[in-house]
Design a protein around this ligand. Structure first.
Ligand code: AMP
Length: 115
């Protein structure tokens, strides 16, 4: 059995997290090191290591991660000014936690391309 991921430990209550959304398949927590006034991580309960290891069986789950992101953005008042939903995949993109997650970033203007 592989070691539990950091996010699985948060989901299971072994490490504290600030939850802003939770259902039986998806949670959303506040990022511990926010890169924008609003920085939330939308995480599947299923510990998929990254987008590259998601399979066809995860299709609905992947869609729902984005829909939860958009719903939270709406609820948090980010819709009018805009926001970003981001998945980092692998080393060059800066993925540091090997448990798939979507970043919801908003509350400030952001540049493109990302650094
Ligand atoms: P990534 O670099 O795309 O893998 O994103 C991982 C994110 O997890 C980073 O933005 C971290 O700040 C965040 N993070 C790391 N540890 C925690 C934690 N204990 N609670 C909440 N967010 C965390």
């Amino acid at each position: 059995m592989p070691d539990k991921t950091l996010f699985s430990k948060i989901i299971d209550g072994e490490i504290p997290g600030t939850f802003v959304y939770r259902d039986d398949r998806i949670v959303a927590i506040r990022d511990i090191a926010p890169q924008a006034p609003t920085h939330i991580l939308i995480i599947p309960v299923k510990p998929i290591s990254g987008i590259e290891t998601a399979g066809p069986e995860d299709q609905a789950l992947l869609g729902d991660l984005l829909l939860v992101g958009a719903k939270l953005a709406r609820e948090l008042g980010l819709e009018a000014r805009g926001y970003r939903l981001v998945i980092n995949a692998g080393e060059d993109a800066g993925q540091s936690v090997p448990h798939l997650h979507v970043h919801l970033l908003g509350g400030r203007a952001m540049s493109w391309p990302p650094g």
